[in-house]
Design a binder for this molecule. Structure first.
Ligand code: ADP
Ligand code: MG
Length: 236
């Protein structure tokens, strides 16, 4: 078993944002998570990455119980994430923000800095190292976030709406980049995405979340012909 979230339930006051959610990702696999706004997708990713404490359920990664770990420990265990709303790197340069990630496993600057530069090159942002994050355009910021996550050397990466706000040509370029992350680096991907084309062209398996519950899962082909899914997804 590579990754399994099992029977995860989390409530915010009276609102049950995730209810008995179970999802699995295999080593090197690309898995999608779709569902209407407010379905609980980001909540699920924040639970996996240690930012939310789940009320019940378990999270296992590589035969280890990571249910109670905090964000840094989860990252150290090998799960990194990019967020739907990231403001954390506001005052930093691209180089600094990617270095933060690289320092997780590389204690010395002489190890961390070249690796940070390698990840910056990997996402195609070479030459922008000294640019402050807010000065980057949306597409560059998304790639910067990806580079920072990759710098932690994850085995699984959670991408929460990485493609949102990109114009079609950028979506295509990001698709190629994400395929490269999976293909060349062998990193498993768990992807929340509204751009269905992205889900269809990338994912081996897709989970559909509605009102906090998984209502369907399977191949993109199976999912896209499921009546409940069509209703839930287009009912947005
Ligand atoms: P999605 O990412 O699928 O659009 P979210 O996981 O962001 O949905 O939100 C699911 C529900 O949980 C929403 O109703 C949202 O308002 C609520 N929610 C999420 N995080 C919190 C929080 N920290 N406190 C209170 N309510 C929250
Ligand atoms: Mg969300």
């Amino acid at each position: 078993m590579f990754f399994k979230l099992e029977n995860s339930t989390i409530a915010f006051g009276g609102l049950v944002a995730n209810k008995n959610v179970t999802a699995e990702v295999e080593k090197g696999q690309i898995v999608g998570l779709i569902g209407p706004n407010g379905a609980g997708k980001s909540t699920m990713f924040k639970s996996i990455s240690g930012f939310n404490k789940i009320d019940s359920g378990t999270i296992r990664f590589k035969d280890r119980d990571i249910t109670k770990l905090g964000p840094v420990e989860v990252c150290r265990a090998g799960i990194a994430c990019t967020f739907q709303k990231a403001q954390s790197f506001a005052g930093m340069t691209l180089e600094e923000s990617v270095l933060v990630g690289a320092y997780l496993r590389r204690k010395r600057k002489k190890d961390a800095l070249p690796f940070a530069h390698e990840m910056i090159r990997f996402v195609g942002l070479e030459g922008k190292e000294q640019v402050k994050i807010p000065r980057l355009n949306m597409f560059e910021r998304k790639k910067a976030e990806l580079a920072a996550a990759l710098a932690t050397e994850p085995e699984m990466l959670l991408l929460d709406e990485l493609f949102a706000g990109l114009v079609p040509t950028e979506v295509e370029m990001m698709l190629e980049l994400v395929k490269k992350v999976n293909g060349e680096l062998g990193i498993a991907l768990f992807i929340v995405e509204h751009v269905l084309r992205v889900i269809m062209s990338l994912c081996e398996k897709v989970y559909v979340l509605e009102y906090g519950e998984i209502i369907a899962s399977g191949s993109p082909q199976v999912i896209s012909s499921d009546e409940r899914v069509i209703k839930a997804y287009l009912g947005e």
